[in-house]
Design a protein around this ligand. Sequence first.
Ligand code: FAD
Length: 358
Amino acid sequence: MNFDFLIIGGGIAGLSTAQRLLQQGALVTLLERGEIGQEASWAGGGILSPLCPWNYPDEVTRLTTRGAKLFSAWTEELHTVTGINPEYEKSGMLVLPPFDTQAAMHWCALHNTYPVHQVHATDYNLHTYNDALYLPEVAQVRNPRLLRALRQHVELLGGHITEQCAVSDIVVENGRVQALTTSSGTFNAKEYIVTVGAWSKEVLGQHALRLDIKPIRGQMLLFKFDVSPLRHIVLQDDLYLIPRRDGYLLVGSTLEDVGFDQRTTSEARDMLWQRAQKILPSLRDMPLTQHWAGLRPASPHNIPTIGRHPQLDNLYLNSGHFRYGVTMAPASAEILINEITGTQQPFDVTPYQAGWGA
Ligand SMILES: Cc1cc2nc3c(=O)[nH]c(=O)nc-3n(C[C@H](O)[C@H](O)[C@H](O)COP(=O)(O)OP(=O)(O)OC[C@H]3O[C@@H](n4cnc5c(N)ncnc54)[C@H](O)[C@@H]3O)c2cc1C
């Protein structure tokens, strides 16, 4: 592909899109307002599955299932090429009651990538829970490491990364994007891809049409144990505990509609900590290592918008992945680049165009 591309936004959506384009021979420059990989993609937990997958529409299932399937080979390649290990691990996920057992069992039986066992959670160092579900195929990854590896791979493939470069205007003439106005001057290319997550409507301006992507804040807590107290990810309602190999334990998360406010709050800290203690009593005596917040790019029904702009031929979007942008990243990049190159899609991708509302 001998096109040149400008990608706006250096989170997981921008980096994975850049990597795939470069692997197809394109010339790529990525413009990032701050530093690469410091926003939602850094803040996330790295669970490679929807939390209760049976609660989501097929459009989410298709993209998360495809993404989760691609992850193992993707991270292995990144590790080999860059020496940075994103620590992909099939740690499994234990879902504690209450949940709709029938809906869950039915959904898991329908999707054979989600085998399931009913277990007693006393086996797992936790309070006693009868009728928990164990999803052994659910994997996790460490976001900051994945982002560092991706950045390095993009640069090794010849991609240009320009940080501290905020795009302020998309200049359009004759139905095509001609240039980007930025804090570091004007940039132009043949094709343009917007991957700015929660900031999509702001960056697209009048070209956002009826796009409905907005920030939803999520707060996370981090603890450090000498030895990990859990073997699996544990989920109860919207609260999850994610054990890392080296004893770190993440507790998340909130869903807060507070605009672009990225501050953490003591209310959220106390709520997450107390709820997590009920599941894992030993957390009561642990000091809090870190507390942060990130802005998810929220879309209706968690369905992202991926593909060409309905009115501007050389403008594309890959954004609005809401709660599952890490899981969806390799599949989203795949279907976007398939569209650009006219390659057959692995499934019907028309639902990912609906977000433009045009
Ligand atoms: C607390 C929390 C927990 C999560 N847990 C999970 C999970 O377990 N599993 C999962 O799959 N997903 C999870 N997610 C969701 C996932 O992190 C997001 O869906 C994903 O990171 C979105 O990636 P992105 O690249 O679109 O956005 P971002 O990572 O936010 O990247 C967008 C980039 O665009 C840049 N930008 C913005 N405006 C401009 C501009 N004008 N010019 C240039 N650059 C600009 C920003 O600086 C930023 O770097 C979680 C999110 C949060 C917040």
